[in-house]
Design a protein around this ligand. Sequence first.
Ligand code: EPZ
Length: 417
Amino acid sequence: MDKIIIQGGRTLKGEVRISGAKNAALPILVSSLLTDGWNTYSNVPDLKDIQSTKLLLSNLGARIETDGDIIRIDAGGVCNHEAPYDLVRKMRASILVLGPLVARLKKARISLPGGCAIGARPINLHLKGLERLGASIELKHGYVEASADCLKGNEIYLDIATVTGTENLMMAAVLAKGITVLRNAAREPEVIALADVLNKMGSKIEGAGTSVITIQGVSTLHPVSVSIIPDRIETGTFMISAALTRGDVTLLNCEPDHLKATIHKLRLSGARITIEGKQIRVLGGDEILSVDIKTLPYPGFPTDMQAQFMVLMSVANGFSIISETIFENRFIHISELRRIGADIKISGNTAMITGVPTLSGAQVMATDLRASASLILAGLVAEGTTEVNRIYHLDRGYETIEKKFARLGAAIKRVKV
Ligand code: EPZ
């Protein structure tokens, strides 16, 4: 159980390279299940969730080779259709193997992913969509048991634009007979990235990035060599660190087009942002202005940036309102931010933040991935020492974050407990 200790008050300056996107890498690595032969994936971030995905795929029978940020996967030998509880409980996104396994092996037995700190995280839409493609679904002893002799294309309307639901059903439909139309599909860049990889493998997917995705089923797919897109949430997190510390930080290897809502709101808060190709430079403003936020499905303001932006508003001039519309319990970080001196009131899914001149360092506890990032950000500006415990949450989604912040001048270190 490591912890991170930060001495607040440093101004961040310099360059930081953004890693590959966790939420693109997870479904793309899983898509290897849809074909035989060696797939090569580069720019894969070194994260706990990537380790979990490799363990899950090798448990199913895939062969995996890792060389730095390059991962090679051959699923030709996949014969086990079961994803056990002790693997799924570590990473909810394991449910992404459901669609590909039913498409490839005609059956799957996946432990039901439980909820997590931010919400119940049901998968009813994944299951309803698979049934629309002709799969039979049973829930037994905490497992989803799915089977289908032959998946058939169909119209699927998603009540909610679920990201992994869209990805799961896209991967099931690519080998189905006939045409599938996903309506109210998620539009996230990670969905587009997965569709691009599937098309490179020989699929016929149109409309990814819009709310209607059409998939023409094919009989076989072939292995590919692809690179993972940059992580837009890591990018946003570092942009906020520059604004918070009134620093001057240039982010390398990012995709500015994936962060339009975040950039817009950061500019309204007074940060000066210049974009040159794949680089974003953030100069902290003389003062931090209050800005209201409402999290929405892409291209709206991302829920995964809500906790981080709340830290910025905690030290802004004035009063701001943040509404969380995606998850029912994604304000857990507020109790910890209050211990660092933030003035935040909650009413339902709305947080009301009154900016304070300074935060004061304290011992705090991480509860989920993005909440732990917000506690690191708060520690960067809080007076004195902040100690963030349970940072295994952080390691799931940020690659050596303390080293990246230290290279920007932060007084931050990881301590083994
Ligand atoms: C993905 O989760 C991301 N994870 C999350 O990132 C992200 O916060 C979320 O999308 C929203 O953008 C990955 O891509 C691995 P959803 P996902 O299905 O797909 C409800 C992070 O920090 N819902 O789009 O699980 C659900 O409860 C993580 O990197 C149903 O009701 O999210 C939620 O309220 C956290 N039934 C809403 O939809 C379903 O069958 C959106 O969830 C599916 C979802």
